[in-house]
Design a protein around this ligand. Structure first.
Ligand code: PAZ
Length: 328
């Protein structure tokens, strides 16, 4: 274990969190993806995104969830791809996804019309059969042609590896698998841990098997603390990587102190600190030596600017510096 590492609670992961069925196969795919891209001179970032689901019953009817939409992770993944990174996108099932995120909530059937033969002058169209074409209403799907082109280029280049999770257990095991898979590429790996991961859970041994009965009266639950995965990630699984965690608070007064405490505890490279209500327009990147505020004003927001572009720009430069230092 590296100097300065706190004792890891990794053992609890195996004992208390059910291992998802495909984890070894997914780990193999992540390792092959990282090796191929690093071999071609590309850096690889693991972006985590969305919230975790925490079951209250083992035959789960009810679960705890959180607010995270996955927008931060999905838009950041796009900017990393734009900056030349290959991206492993570890995301919550059905949370926002790179490229399609712009059209979440659009009813596709309202955005498309069927045209009969002869009416083929639509702005974008796809052959639907010998005598019908589907026309796209670009007001409903703005920029669809350029977004589709970028998405297809990423797909053809095999630059995006999506991996899904739903429950907290899935997330924890897949994060470990990803960290071990990326270890082989050393400092070329970045971890961008934007997912909103539950701090609390009910261990399998204490969880009722069947649906909790309301006839038993009001429900009282006691939850345990989720082991902090940042510690084994930084100390054991991927010790040479460039690691960024996120810190969310609702009280801006405690934000920076909490971010600095996380840096002191885990000794990774940076914390991106944000407050729930202002997270789209303001974040602070906290490192051991620096505090950098990033903003997107309302006017910039209306013009289409996104704070994730600024976060990714700052962190890709810092990653370059980090790699150079490691090589010196
Ligand atoms: O997913 P989203 O775009 O709605 O929100 C992003 C976020 C607030 C989950 C992310 O920026 C973040 O802070 N993640 C870490 C949360 C935490 O402290 O656990």
């Amino acid at each position: 274990m590296s100097e300065g590492c706190v004792a890891s609670s990794e053992g609890r992961l195996a004992e208390e969190f059910a291992v998802p069925a495909q984890v070894e196969e997914v780990k193999g795919r992540m390792a092959a993806f990282a090796a191929r891209h690093a071999g071609e001179g590309r850096r690889v970032v693991l972006v985590t995104s969305g919230g975790t689901k925490v079951p209250l019953e083992s035959r789960t009817v009810r679960f705890l969830d959180n607010f995270s939409s996955g927008r931060r992770g999905a838009s950041s993944a796009e900017y990393f791809l734009g900056a030349g990174y290959a991206v492993i996108f570890l995301h919550r099932h059905r949370s926002l996804y790179p490229y399609t995120r712009r059209y979440a909530g659009v009813n596709l059937l309202d955005a498309l019309t069927v045209s009969t033969e002869g009416e083929t002058q639509g702005p974008a169209e796809t052959q639907g059969g010998s005598s019908t074409r589907v026309l796209v209403d670009q007001r409903a799907l703005p920029d669809i042609a350029s977004v589709l082109q970028r998405y297809q280029a990423v797909k053809e280049g095999g630059l995006l590896l999506p991996v899904e999770f739903s429950t907290l257990s899935d997330y924890l095991h897949l994060l470990k698998a990803a960290a071990q898979a990326l270890n082989a590429i050393g400092s070329k790996a970045m971890f961008y841990l934007a997912a909103a991961v539950s701090d609390f859970y009910i261990p399998a041994s204490e969880m009722p098997e069947h649906k909790i009965q309301s006839s038993n009266g009001p429900l009282q639950i006691s939850m345990k603390m989720v082991p902090k995965m940042l510690s084994p990630l930084v100390c054991e699984w991927s010790p040479l990587a460039f690691v960024i965690s996120f810190k969310l608070e609702t009280d801006g007064e405690i934000l920076l102190a909490r971010a600095r405490k996380a840096l002191d505890t885990y000794r990774h490279q940076a914390v991106v600190a944000n407050v729930l209500d202002s997270r789209r327009g303001y974040v602070v990147i906290v490192t051991k030596t620096d505090t950098q505020e990033l903003r997107v004003t309302d006017e910039e927001d209306r013009a289409g600017a996104e704070i994730e572009q600024r976060i990714v720009d700052a962190l890709t430069s810092a990653h370059t510096h980090f790699i150079t230092q490691q090589q010196a």
